[in-house]
Design a protein around this ligand. Structure first.
Ligand code: FES
Length: 103
């Protein structure tokens, strides 16, 4: 089985940030948001991420920093065998984990 490795920023302003490593089974066509849903379903339901439309950059709520570049988690495809670091957007107020305030 192919694995996608994710290093995800966890924490909030009170606790500070740390990176947590997850290994997610790859499915064809999987987005990074799908990989985060898998983590929430199978490993840690408390992992926070903002999203609404789940596809095609329609709501733009899933913006994050992926491998050092801003992008939409629902439109970036997971690559089997890869390892990627996902961080919250630095330009917006941080709420928790990958979730930032849109205000
Ligand atoms: S969830 Fe709406 S743009 Fe990604």
């Amino acid at each position: 089985m192919s694995i996608v490795s994710l290093n995800v920023v966890r924490g909030d302003a009170a606790t500070g940030a740390s990176l947590e490593h997850f290994e997610v089974p790859y499915r064809e066509g999987m987005s990074l948001l799908d990989a985060i849903f898998w983590i929430r379903e199978h490993k840690d339901p408390s992992l926070s991420v903002r999203y609404s439309c789940r596809s095609a950059n329609a709501c733009k709520e899933c913006s994050a920093i992926v491998g050092g570049k801003a992008g939409y988690l629902c439109s970036i495809r997971a690559v089997p065998g890869s390892e990627v670091t996902i961080e919250p957007l630095a330009a917006l107020p941080w709420i928790k984990d990958l979730a930032t305030s849109l205000e």
